[in-house]
Design a binder for this molecule. Sequence first.
Ligand code: PLP
Ligand code: TYF
Length: 398
Amino acid sequence: MWRNVETAPADSILGLTEAFKNDTNPEKVNLGVGVYKDEGGKTPVLQCVKAAEKILLEKEETKSYLPITGDPLYASEVQKLLFGEDSEVVSTGRAVTAHAPGGTGALRVGAELLKKFNPDAKVWISSPTWANHKGVFSAAGFELAEYSYYDAATKSLDFDGMVESLNKVPAGDIVLLHTCCHNPSGVDLNEAQWKNIAEIGKERGWIPFLDFAYQGFGESVESDRCGVVAFAATGVDFFVASSFSKNFGLYNERTGAITVVAPNAEDGAVAMSHLKTSVRVIYSNPPAHGGLVVATILADAELKKQWLQELSGMCDRIKEMRSALVDGLASRGVEGDFSYITSQRGMFSFSGLSDDVVKWLRDNRSIYVVGGGRINLAGLTRANIDYVCDSIAEALKG
Ligand code: PLP
Ligand code: TYF
């Protein structure tokens, strides 16, 4: 069967991780894959997760199937986190939520549902975007188009270009938006800009699909949700794909959620019925553990407090590394203004490093950066920052 089939290309980011693992240089640094690392270079299990797991181990009585859409407590806690405890979206019941296997699973289930009822729509993605967005929506049968987002010249948001593009998106098409901590650029919209974009969406009649993979990694869980709140305020239909891989450190537990927001609870119930049908034929029902951990933490005031502290600890460490990188380059006399690195948010920064420099860093210093110059700031530590700054300074001297 496979004799005449060409080998598929490997995922470029995961391929970089493989190459890093095989590198024997003791000074090697992985600034590639989007995984949080602590000051010791480890991706830790959060203390609140350990505590919740202890409770679950004691309490667990069965491994029987969860409902198709997962644990109901998980769905309700996810909604409160997404929209805020007092949101009318939560109290009116016009949003429906299903546990999906990771943010990727949530995007794919949402895509299936949209394809069913909007088969001719195009999906508009930001230029640039996370590579797997193209993969997921193409796999669901959608044609893709790009809207302006990042301005490489100013290393900031091209808001005027974005507005111009989104004003031209036809009604019924789907617009995929990164709610915060844009991957790969680290460049986000502010609250006023979100309100503006939400109004355009309402006026033009396109369907917003919000990818929310980094809630709490920008500023706080509250301020990072301002895009979600802006779309909620318009009353239109929209979709949200949540991921708890990063903010709960539950990467391998495949913990995410797809939330469909409808104008009223009756429409929401119809959406939910079709969401169930889609899930049923893809994976039938979700894995339990990650969802139960998240629900246990969010429903318990003490554990939630602990989680928020740990989350802001991760966020603060990344911010510290952003400043250390900018200062380190300046103190080595590297030409150019790198201050944009401290204005970008989340785990990533488009560093502005060329592909030649990226290759030089890998070949000569065992520093792994994704092609295009995306740096995962969480890969930096106080122990490796000088080595990285020295290496970049040398690479840029040419
Ligand atoms: N969306 C974006 C923008 C991401 O960066 C990621 C992960 O890196 C995801 C979705 C998917 O996350 P998960 O690992 O939960 O599938
Ligand atoms: O670094 C990134 O952008 C992601 C990370 O199943 C990732 O590609 C890796 C594996 C995976 C999901 C996300």
